[in-house]
Design a binder for this molecule. Structure first.
Ligand SMILES: [Zn+2]
Length: 98
């Protein structure tokens, strides 16, 4: 089976501030960004889920944009995390409700 294209994104756990690379399905991210629905982020070290803030979504958008310019990777490195994770500076109340 052909591996699903994935995006590796550096995220910072909101609990322990440990930076790590999370791997996301590009299809999942694209769907979330296009639909405007919330994107579930995940930090593996603390099994912590949260919704992407507006800022985090912007970062994801930039990463996906970079893929269009040839940065696409489909290699599968480590555990597959089904959702995105970013940024430890989770400023409360900054959720984009669009
Ligand atoms: Zn952690």
């Amino acid at each position: 089976m052909k591996p699903e294209p994935s995006l590796r994104f550096p995220v910072v756990c909101p609990i322990c501030a440990k930076e790590q690379l999370a791997t996301f399905s590009i299809a999942t991210l694209t769907r979330g960004l296009l639909s405007g629905k919330s994107i579930r982020l995940y930090a593996a070290c603390h099994d912590k889920y949260w919704d992407a803030t507006r800022i985090e979504k912007e970062q994801l958008r930039e990463y996906l944009g970079a893929l269009d310019r040839g940065g696409l990777t489909d290699e599968h490195n480590g555990a597959y995390i089904g959702s995105a994770v970013i940024s430890g500076n989770t400023t409360s109340g900054d959720h984009d409700q669009r």
